[in-house]
Design a binder for this molecule. Structure first.
Ligand code: GLU
Length: 302
């Protein structure tokens, strides 16, 4: 890849956010109204007697629970509130897939895994699968397997409400733009054509804090994530609204476990068709101002 050409004067603050279990401190910036949306628990019918030639599933069945990697600081997508409750669209996707694999919500252990450690966490078997704004791309496919896409986002910019100068990716020259280590929007904004000065952190909530504090001029990542932050603080933040990449979201899993990949693809297709997907979307991400687009089925298989 030719994205090694970094913009001048990149401020690299590697706050390497290592896998952490959910706790209050993980959940966004101080003063947030914790919101992830709501979908009634028990919405997805739990399958019985699931048999699959999947090493990952067999291990999960033996231990009696599924371990699912997710985000903790993305309002309406993957969020943990001050009481430790997880919510958001990705959390719902994780639950509907789990139900088809024979696991109820009570049999799920969510583990917070930030962007920079996703591939390691999946390939080391620390999570059975991962649902967290995870863009499917060829580079990542060398290390992990993907089912989906179940949603398509695009990189955009979050700025302070009174910002006039930043109107799109073509106006960030010389500006301080914060993004996340291990994310595709960071790789994109580092391309020399944009001329941005990047600040690279381990968690989106840390970038948002820097934006609110005036330490950076913008945050870049997927519009779906940024809209969640803007919805939390509408008087302080706004999304520019000019997406400049395509970020198709997939469920990540062990690269070699084809049986699991097929089963998760089946599950996604089923819930898209039976209306669960739309219900989950309306109850979560839809509340942050993202507009609904039904994913195309059949989903790709490989
Ligand atoms: N979808 C992008 C990615 O997978 C950005 C969001 C994230 O870091 O999870 O890199």
């Amino acid at each position: 890849m030719s994205m090694r050409k970094t913009a001048a004067a990149a401020t690299v603050v590697l706050a390497l956010a290592v896998t952490a279990t959910a706790c209050g401190g993980d959940s966004g910036t101080a003063g947030d109204k914790p919101k992830g949306g709501d979908v009634k628990s028990g919405t997805y019918k739990v399958a019985k007697g699931v048999k699959l030639d999947s090493p990952t599933l067999k291990k999960a069945q033996q231990r009696g629970k599924l371990i699912i990697g997710a985000k903790a600081d993305q309002p309406y997508l993957g969020f943990v509130d001050t009481e430790g409750k997880r919510s958001g669209f990705d959390i719902e996707i994780a639950k509907m897939v789990a139900a088809d694999l024979g696991f109820s919500e009570k049999q799920i252990e969510f583990k917070t895994v930030d962007s920079n450690v996703r591939e390691t966490s999946i390939s080391k078997g620390q999570v059975d699968y991962y649902v967290g704004t995870y863009t499917i791309n060829d580079e990542r496919k060398k290390q992990v397997g993907f089912a989906g896409p179940y949603y398509e986002a695009g990189a955009d910019l979050l700025v302070r409400k009174d910002e006039k100068g930043i109107t799109g990716p073509d106006s960030v020259k010389g500006k301080k733009v914060c993004s996340i280590v291990g994310s595709t929007p960071l790789q994109e904004i580092k391309k020399s054509k944009y001329g941005a000065k990047t600040t690279e952190l381990g968690k989106y909530s840390l970038c948002v804090k820097q934006l609110l504090d005036g330490q950076v001029d913008a945050v870049t990542t997927d519009d779906a994530i940024l809209k969640g932050y803007a919805a939390q603080r509408p008087s302080k933040l706004k999304v520019v609204g000019k997406p400049f990449t395509k970020e198709p979201y997939g469920v990540g899993m062990d690269k070699g476990d084809k049986a699991l990949r097929d089963a998760i693809t089946d599950a996604l297709e089923k819930h898209i068709k039976n209306g669960d997907y739309k219900k989950a979307y309306d109850g979560t991400l839809g509340k942050s101002g993202s507009s609904y687009v039904a994913p195309k089925t059949p989903l790709p298989r490989y």
